[in-house]
Design a protein around this ligand. Sequence first.
Ligand code: OMP
Length: 233
Amino acid sequence: MTPAPIAVALDAPDLETAARWAALVTPHVSTIKVGLELYLRYGPDVIASVRGASGVNIFLDLKLHDIPNTVAGAAKAVARLRPTILTVHAAGGPAMIRAAVESAPNTRIAAVTLLTSLSEADLDRIGLAGPAIDAVRRLAVLAVGAGARALVCSPREVAAVRAEVGPDVMLITPGVRPDGAASQDQARVATPEQALADGADLLVIGRPITGAADPGAAAATIAAALRRMIPTP
Ligand SMILES: O=C(O)c1cc(=O)[nH]c(=O)n1[C@@H]1O[C@H](COP(=O)(O)O)[C@@H](O)[C@H]1O
């Protein structure tokens, strides 16, 4: 069975838990995501531990955001871990995004537009007046112009971003919550089905899967719902 276009966020406090979640979900999903919590605690070794013997894609979510020279060095340092995807913040600007793209040519650089945890009121407070969609669109165009081949945005904006950047850019949406699930610290959310219908290529899902009593079963249920929506070749 083709794995569903889901990246499970392994935001675990320890390596044993992360490796257990990874083993449970990898039969059902295409990708597992290692973020700051695991990477800062265990360093590069964490990648081999969660990858195991599976051919699952690794999404390294470090959200790099610094001057171009520093990001170039950081991207080069982690490129040797062979992640499929590496995140940078689009707000770092075009030279920074390009530095990451050029330093990790075999990794898809994904530019994070606006964090899905930010509400419209938060955006106002940090000086980004106007609806989220305006800033997301602007950052998406800037990032693609700088060579990013993937973008991270909320499912609320994915249809507008798709219309803006066309079919070839991979659109990744965190802020995904199955119907009725608590949004927790996420502000701009939608269901997995809605995110996919609106044009997302990869759905990042963490706690709705990893917080379930049986993460494998939770992943399988969401994966099956998505697979029903994807036409079989
Ligand atoms: O880059 C990301 O993956 C990311 C960007 C963003 O805007 N919002 C966001 O939630 N994420 C990540 O997506 C995951 C969402 O996890 P849950 O809220 O538990 O589903 C976390 O690992 C976040 O670090």
